[in-house]
Design a protein around this ligand. Structure first.
Ligand code: GTP
Ligand code: MG
Length: 368
């Protein structure tokens, strides 16, 4: 089938295209019979009734946003599709086919997906139009990595769900966040430490932002992430955020040659960000911190530019769509595309006229 020919260069990722998202939204709406923007177990089974098995197992409710009954919400559903498209593209294509994508149009499946530009080009051009970003959460055993990832989608007060999660700890959580006013999907991946001395594998290091976690109550905790930082991140292009976890407990002096704050100063990274699972869920706090890590990283990188601003700047077409949508919402313009055509033509005509006048004036200047 044609999808096997989809080229994904290393450094590029795969995301759902606008059409893919539209199709999946349409499917969700069709099966969300009671319109509560969440899929009950029955609605979930019905949605996947044309497939050999549902696309996701029960642990999905521990990975993406759910409602207070633990049912996957619309946002959670889109997050899960985004994750699948990122990590298992053939499966996305397979399930899109079961669900009837392109059944009426003689096109191939690839229109549901887009391949992002290679990251090094994004960095060189200082601009990225990606919608899905990955953050790796790294730290020693027991530092609080899994709790940190879980808190990204659930409040610590939601004890019912925490019990469910403990049964099968998934290795990532996904949520929608606002970054510079745009909706982006953030995947937090919990990187499990096997042995302190084991090296990290390349796929465990490669990410958009790394979150190095230590336990402020354990004096042996910081050394691990300090070594990881020096070995893998100090010279890399990946922004890093240090998280001081369990800050509801007493802080102890770290058994390492530099204390965390001094370490961060030395390497010009953001000071340790305090965190504990008992606090209320503040998803946007994560984002502010990640944004800050991006800002600081680029400020001190050899590029010496505030790349962060541009890195996440939307493409011109996105701006235009956004602009049109806003105006349409307040009724200033109509959604009729012919109006835009006319407006475009008039603008072109005015510009041409302007150029003509300028030329005439210029020639008459010479004549005089
Ligand atoms: N007091 C307090 N305890 C926490 C906090 N975060 C996590 N813990 C506890 O610390 C222990 C370890 O937390 P995990 O989230 O499992 O840590 P981890 O880094 O994923 O551990 P491993 O997967 O074993 O490497 C658990 O008993 C948590 O309940 C926190 O903010 N405050
Ligand atoms: Mg864990």
């Amino acid at each position: 089938m044609s999808f096997f020919s989809l080229k994904v260069p290393s450094g590029s990722t795969t995301e759902l295209s606008h059409r893919g998202q539209q199709f999946l939204t349409h499917i969700f709406e069709r099966y969300d019979k009671d319109r509560d923007k969440a899929l009950s177990p029955m609605e979930f089974d019905e949605l996947f009734s044309t497939c050999p098995t549902p696309a996701w197992g029960p642990d999905v409710s521990a990975m993406v946003p759910t409602n207070d009954k633990g049912w996957i919400t619309y946002q959670g559903y889109m997050c899960q599709w985004a994750l699948m498209t990122l990590v298992d593209l053939p499966r996305t294509f397979e399930y899109l086919a079961y669900l009837g994508y392109n059944i009426y149009e003689n096109e191939n499946q690839t229109t549901a997906v887009q391949v992002t530009r290679e990251k090094k080009l994004d960095l060189a051009k200082k601009q990225s139009s990606r919608n899905v970003y990955q953050c790796h959460v790294i730290g020693p055993t027991g530092a609080g990595k899994s709790s940190f990832c879980r808190s990204f989608i659930k409040s610590s007060l939601d004890s019912k769900n925490i019990l469910v999660d403990k049964t099968g700890t998934p290795n990532c959580t996904v949520n929608v966040v606002q970054v510079y006013g745009q909706e982006k999907i953030m995947v937090l991946r919990d990187i499990n430490v096997r042995n302190v001395s084991d090296p990290l594998l390349p796929h465990e290091v490669q990410c958009d932002v790394a979150c190095l976690i230590y336990d402020i109550n354990n004096e042996k905790s910081f050394e691990y992430i300090a070594r990881i930082y020096i070995k893998y991140f100090a010279e890399s292009k990946i922004p890093v955020l240090i998280v001081a976890c369990k800050d509801d407990l007493e802080e102890v002096r770290q058994d390492y040659l530099l204390q965390p704050a001094t370490f961060c100063q030395k390497y010009k990274i953001l000071p340790p960000q305090r965190f504990n699972i008992r606090g209320p869920l503040k998803k946007e706090v994560f984002v502010n911190r990640f944004q800050a890590a991006w800002i600081l990283f680029y400020k001190h990188s050899p590029l010496r530019r505030m790349v962060h601003m541009l890195l996440l700047r939307p493409q011109p077409t996105e701006w235009l769509n956004h602009f049109c949508r806003n105006f349409r919402e307040i009724g200033v313009i109509t959604s009729d595309s012919t109006v835009w055509w006319k407006a475009g033509l008039s603008l072109a005509a005015v510009t041409a006229l302007g150029l003509l006048v300028a030329k005439v004036l210029h020639t008459s200047d010479k004549v005089r």
